[in-house]
Write a protein that binds this ligand. Sequence first.
Ligand code: APR
Ligand code: PHB
Length: 394
Amino acid sequence: MKSKKTQVCIIGSGPAGLLLSQLLHNEGISSIIIDRQSRERIEARVRAGVLEWGSVEALDEAGIGARMHKEGIPHAGFDLAFNGDKHRIDIKGHTGKDVMIYGQTELTIDLIAKRLEQGCEIIFSADDVQPIDVKSSSPKVRYSRGGESYEIECDHIAGCDGFHGVARSAIPDAVMKTFERVYPFGWLGLLVEKPPVSEELIYANHERGFALSSMRSETRSRYYIQCSLNDKVEDWSDQRFWDEFSLRMGPEIASNLKTGASFEKSIAPLRSFVAEPMRYGNLYLAGDAAHIVPPTGAKGLNLAIADVRILSRALVEHYKKNNNDYLERYSEICLKRVWKVERFSWFMSMMLHQFPDMSAFEKRMQRAEFDHIVGSETASRSVAENYVGLPLEM
Ligand code: APR
Ligand code: PHB
């Protein structure tokens, strides 16, 4: 067994793990990152692309924001649409802040490049990754690679290995509580090298189902429609997608739609999930390892970034001031915000999708929710405040 030493061993080289390592490096705290996938696979993942303003500031503080500002697009608002009736949520007007359109894929590429450039050890394609002795003062992470066995000794383990990772299962069932809602539909998304149908995002509820118009740049669009969980990507030709998307967006919006051959198409399930606690001994969960939100609120990436901002500050207090207060309260601090963000993502999902067993009364409730937001400055402001990002309270 070959062994290595570091202060913080990070399982998972997604945005949560990479940003944590960057924030710790900037404070002179060492870390090793380990991931079971190759660098190519991780950098090829297509995920969402809306950054809260707090996330933009965190990436700037971490010294990783240059390309985001060069290629990203600040947005001051977005539209909600209901059977063709549109209402703009004036994010900037209500909060004084924008959101930033910048793909998670690009952010992950930036973070990996910076980490490697600064000499961080990222162990890609590791097998059988196992956190052990997480309750002891010298936890370890074991893994194998190329037939060799390795052990990383550390002070703290950060479980940033996503929903299907190994870290969460290191917390005994007797201690772990989980909360979940699985939605009875999925999102069929595609990427196309065509200018977006609208300058800002449009979240649309239509009697045929939900649809979302988003983008990666002024020449690359990202579109989604609600689909059945039984659907397969091969059931959806590009033409069938364009026809359905146009119907759900309505003739006015669809008249501006520029279609073409998609270069990526995939179906994602929708789930709300929270695991409590997010800390167990010297193991700290962050990002999708601890919670999942449906994409309707554009919160998955931002919640992961918020967790590691809190965890890195807590670790800095520990190493620099010997103050363990924040580490001890890490789970409580994160979960307070996590549940509010789960609420917003659930609220948007309940208002904007067609549920198979929905009653006529519930459909009217969705409409009334939309009409309330349209008619109430306060309700619009509440949507804007949640969308731009709730404050980080430590
Ligand atoms: N061992 C090592 N690495 C693992 C293991 C394991 N057993 N299981 C998973 N991983 C790695 C994955 O390969 C992935 O690179 O952990 C990483 C987790 O990254 P993400 O899933 O991107 O999770 P996170 O960094 O928390 O980012 C959350 O990703 O899914 C989106 O919507 C979500 O935007 C949010 C963001
Ligand atoms: C995306 O651009 O992929 C996207 C944007 C907003 C969402 C979800 C996904 O709410």
